[in-house]
Design a protein around this ligand. Structure first.
Ligand code: DGL
Length: 263
């Protein structure tokens, strides 16, 4: 395994780009290899078995392309496929949940909202792991299944995103801390923040995750020292909306290709 090899990341679609962007900022010398499984999104409504199958196939594909480590840049897959990937691959695997649990523990929060897909919330992983580190905390875990597909389909349609957030916000009680437990949601963090109580702190999940991965890679002696880092981006099914949001969000030329790994 070569330290100058790329870091492989994957998600069902554009959501994992929030992690990729934070990682590129924290580790500008790292090349990134991103895979968005647009053919199968949303992952949040799929069974754990299906998500495990997609995840392993994609992670293997990224390792075959030289990835020195895999970041599961998706909460749904992190919730149900992390152990499976660790058992089947011999590169370091990172999930997006462990660093967030550590940050919540450090916050000492008493009242926490968690928004995520059905797969993530139904797995119970956030409720169980937060309860283990903060037994007194009240946890409001809510599935918000319309949000990722709306962000994916109409990333630039603020009115639709806004209406969807308002729909879920109607069921949200005031909390100290809010966790966006789907990597798509930070794309609309400002719109969510604007509707929160002024005393609620929203965790900056992409930055928390990137900082933890940077520190772990350093500890493993796997940091790159190259000065010409690149970002390559592939999707299993090309969509204009993916290209539009990738260009808007990553803010620089992203090479986008379609790789039909399921054929
Ligand atoms: N971005 C993903 C997550 O963090 C998946 C969203 C979806 O495809 O349902 O859960």
């Amino acid at each position: 395994m070569h330290a100058n090899g790329p870091i492989g990341l994957f998600d069902s679609g554009v959501g994992g780009l929030t992690v990729a962007r934070a990682l590129a900022k924290a580790l500008p010398r790292e090349s990134l290899l991103y895979f968005g499984d647009t053919e199968h999104l949303p992952y949040g409504d799929k069974s754990p078995e299906a998500i495990r199958g997609f995840s392993l196939k994609i992670a293997r594909h990224l390792v075959d392309q030289g990835a020195k480590a895999i970041v599961i840049a998706c909460n749904s897959a992190s919730a149900v496929a992390f152990d499976h990937l660790q058992a089947h691959l011999n590169v370091p695997i990172f999930n997006v949940i462990d660093p967030v649990i550590a940050a919540i523990e450090a916050s000492g929060s008493k009242n926490i909202a968690v928004w995520g897909t059905r797969a993530t919330i139904d797995s119970g992983i956030y409720s169980q792991r937060i309860a283990a580190v903060l037994p007194q905390a009240i946890i409001h875990a809510m599935a918000t299944p319309l949000l990722a597909p709306v962000i994916e389909a109409s990333p630039l349609d603020e009115a639709l995103v806004d209406a969807t957030i308002k729909f879920y916000m109607a069921n949200q009680v005031p909390v100290d801390h809010m966790v966006l437990a789907c990597t798509h949601y930070p794309l609309v963090a400002d719109q969510i923040s604007a509707k929160l109580n002024a005393t609620t702190t929203m965790l900056n999940v992409p930055s928390i995750v990137a900082t933890a991965i940077a520190s772990d890679l350093k500890g493993m002696g796997l940091l790159s020292n190259q000065s010409d880092a690149t970002m390559r981006c592939a999707v299993s099914d090309y969509t204009e909306s993916f290209e539009a949001i990738a260009a808007k969000f990553m803010g620089k030329g992203v090479q986008l290709t379609e790789e039909r790994i399921w054929d």
